[in-house]
Design a protein around this ligand. Structure first.
Ligand code: ATP
Ligand code: MG
Length: 345
């Protein structure tokens, strides 16, 4: 039985925290502010679990695709963000399914990907090389198991959060792809919560929790296989949802506070430059380019350039030359996003 008392209690606590996150996010004047930032942070940390190391600086600088990053790790993390947002968009048409996972992994890896056809896949200990787990093999067997996984996802008799946590184990144990199973499974976690309305936007920053506890995460996955130890696994995941939701809600609240402060400061010091749209844009693009203002219809090039320079003049933005272009950094926001203000613990 999955739904023990302790598990259900953990689920209720997690759900409360998600509700509070939803309330915090709804106070933002523009959802794009967190929908841009949090999936990028999630992408950075989720990719880092796989030793794909990029910085939020690189990511935010290239977030709008105006300039292409040459760094492979940055490209890969940006694909994670793209996969998450595409998965989110797909929920308008259909629930999470095997097809969703196949689309997600394809976007993530940057190449069309289907379930494993090769045999002999094993998960090994990085240090000793010992085999920790041997996932099932055989394409038709994997497809059958994915169909079971999909049925389980749609079993409304089971608490949604418990379903997310249990199905994450199932998905990782099936290990349907040659690579990207962890990242795909983490994206699917968010999608399951959004699909069931427990989360409105894909802004749960759960990978950070897992990254901080990677060994425990692997150990608990293995304990389900070896000892059928579901309760510790489910409690671990549900506690992750709770603490991450709480952490994300305080991040969102801090962003909102900074946004309001910035709005007032600019209104007082540069009344001719000030508009709510402009301030919101500086929070949607912490690395702003003249083109971002032009595209948003805030001003024509020349005026947009003057605005950004004036904002830099009062210290709201910092200028940086990148090649022949100038970009304007919302440094206070970047410091918040960089995680300097709280930890997940
Ligand atoms: N003993 C285990 N049983 C089941 N699944 C496991 C076990 N150990 C690890 N895993 C899963 O395998 C994932 C790694 O698989 P894979 O390399 O295909 O994914 P990835 O997305 O490339 O990597 P990562 O999750 O490290 O970012 C881990 O994230 C974890 O979810
Ligand atoms: Mg891998």
């Amino acid at each position: 039985m999955l739904e023990t008392r302790a598990v259900l209690k953990a689920s209720i606590d997690a759900r409360d925290a998600l509700t509070k996150l939803g309330i915090a996010a709804a106070r933002l004047p523009n959802a794009a502010i967190v929908i841009n930032a949090i999936p990028l942070l999630e992408a950075r940390d989720s990719s880092r679990i796989e030793n794909i190391v990029t910085t939020s600086d690189e990511l935010f600088q290239h977030q709008d695709g105006t300039t292409a990053s040459t760094d492979p790790a940055t490209k890969e993390a940006l694909r994670y963000r793209t996969a998450l947002l595409a998965g989110f968009a797909s929920l308008r048409d259909r629930p999470v399914s095997t097809r969703t996972a196949i689309e997600v992994v394809g976007t993530l890896l940057g190449t069309e990907t289907d379930v494993r056809k090769i045999t002999g896949t094993t998960l090994r200990d990085g240090a000793t090389g010992d085999v920790l787990y041997t996932p099932p093999s055989g394409e038709s067997r994997i497809r059958e198991l994915l169909a079971d996984w999909e049925r389980f996802l749609h079993d409304d008799d089971i608490d949604v959060l418990v379903r997310m946590a249990a199905s994450h184990y199932q998905f990782e144990a099936i290990h349907p792809f040659h690579d990207g199973n962890g990242r795909t499974g983490r994206i699917v976690n968010t999608l399951v919560l959004v699909q069931h309305g427990v989360l409105d936007e894909p802004i749960l920053y759960l990978s950070r929790y897992i990254l901080d506890r990677r060994d425990q995460y692997y150990r608990l996955l293995r304990a389900v296989t070896v000892d059928d130890a579901w309760e510790p696994w489910l409690r671990f995941m549900l506690e992750g949802v709770r603490s991450t939701a709480e952490w994300t809600a305080s991040l969102v609240a801090a962003i909102l506070e900074l946004l309001q402060e910035t709005d007032q400061l600019v209104r007082a010091q540069l009344p001719k430059v000030h508009s709510h749209e402009l301030i919101q844009l500086l929070f949607t693009y912490p690395y702003a380019r003249i083109g971002n203002l032009v595209d948003a219809g805030i001003a024509k090039r020349q005026t947009a350039s003057t605005y950004l320079q004036q904002l830099a003049g009062i210290g709201v933005l910092a200028q940086r030359a990148v090649g022949r272009e100038r970009i304007y950094l919302n440094t206070k926001l970047l410091a918040l996003l960089e995680g300097g203000f709280a930890s997940t613990a």
